[in-house]
Design a protein around this ligand. Structure first.
Ligand code: NAD
Ligand code: LMR
Length: 319
């Protein structure tokens, strides 16, 4: 693919030496859409940058560590945040809050200072709470623009398409599955009623598998973390859509967790979002829900509200 170099985009990855960060960095380095890739981690980012540097692409790769965070963020147009600890078997994503909340708060305070106009994609869990943490931190710094802050929930879409295609014996390339709500267990609401071939039992089993697909990987990794490769793939797909929209391409839609008045009382909600030059261009309606999906959504909204409030309270109590 030939791309005008005047429209290439600078991307920073915070947490770049981790399981997601390294694989995401590699996928981004291979893209013709990226002009500069700044990799930051408390440790290990310089060696990752050196390692992927020879991959042929226009992207200049720079590694930053420790107190070099602000340098890493200078000029960044898209900032991706996979920094923080992953789950171990038996944990929920909410169990990560105590460790990851302050990591995400501190990183987003640096974004507010060094690249306040950047589009931010939050990967660190619990996404349902970490995104409000970033929002409140940016508000404190006076640079919050709700169009530019996203939770990356594309992995739920990636899983849903694959599992539904398998159940139908169809090609994954022919299957689109709306997944709304949030990114954690029962807050993940797949809308499967459009697949009329599926029995009620199949819909329930698939819904459960999409909601708890992350737990399957956590269990299989047996203490060594959670999904990294599929997440890096999902985050790269999300990032490429965002970059193309920044470059002026039209009609790019991603299901993603954004500030929303679509579903009060939730301030944040995964909807289909049309992307534009400033991030969120339009929050689109999702398909009509049947009775089963409505009950899933009602349950998800209660859980989402408390997770979001937890994030908001955390920043309010931070000095
Ligand atoms: P990991 O432990 O392999 O990597 C995390 C990296 O973050 C490490 O390299 C660590 O040094 C770095 N880090 C920690 N504190 C930092 C700081 N203050 N500044 C910069 N870097 C810092 O974990 P992982 O498997 O890559 O997962 C990362 C996060 O992504 C976890 O919270 C996990 O739950 C989450 N995750 C989210 C999704 C999603 O769908 N949104 C999917 C998978 C994993
Ligand atoms: C996932 O869905 O795989 C991630 O959120 C990681 C996890 O903790 O399951």
């Amino acid at each position: 693919m030939r791309v005008s170099t005047s429209k290439l985009v600078k991307v920073a990855v915070l947490g770049a030496a981790g399981g997601i960060g390294q694989n995401l960095a590699l996928l981004l380095k291979g893209s013709p859409l990226v002009s500069q890739l700044s990799l930051y981690d408390v440790r290990g980012a310089v060696s990752v940058a050196l390692d992927i540097d020879p991959v042929a692409s226009p992207a200049k790769v720079l590694g930053f560590e420790k107190d070099e965070l602000e340098d890493a963020l200078l000029g960044a147009e898209v900032v991706l945040i996979p920094a923080g600890v992953p789950r171990k078997p038996g944990m929920t994503r909410d169990d990560l809050f105590n460790t990851n909340a302050s990591i995400v708060r501190d990183l987003s305070a640096a974004v507010a200072k060094s690249s306040p106009k950047a589009i931010i994609g939050v990967i660190s869990n619990p996404v349902n709470s970490t995104v409000p943490i970033v929002a409140e931190t940016l508000k404190k710094a006076g640079v919050y623009d709700p169009r530019k802050l996203f939770g990356i929930t594309t992995l739920d879409i990636v899983r849903a398409r694959t599992y539904v295609a398998e159940a139908l014996g169809a090609s994954v390339f022919d299957i689109d599955v709306p997944v709304i709500g949030g990114h954690s267990g029962e807050t993940i609401v797949p809308l499967l009623s459009r697949f009329r071939q599926l029995s009620e039992e199949q819909v329930k089993a698939l819904t459960h598998r999409i909601q708890f697909g992350g737990d399957e990987v956590v269990k299989a990794k047996a203490g060594a973390g959670s999904a990294t490769l599929s997440m890096a793939y999902a985050a790269s797909e999300w990032t490429f859509s965002v970059i193309k929209a920044l470059r002026g391409d039209r009609g790019l839609v991603e299901y993603t967790y954004v500030a929303s008045d679509v579903q009060p009382p939730c301030g944040w909600f995964v909807s289909p979002v049309e992307l534009g030059k400033d991030g969120v261009e339009n929050i689109l309606p999702f398909p009509e829900l049947n009775e089963y999906e409505t009950s899933l959504l009602e349950n998800a909204l209660k859980l989402l509200e408390s997770s979001q409030q937890r994030g908001i309270d955390f920043v309010a109590k931070s000095s």
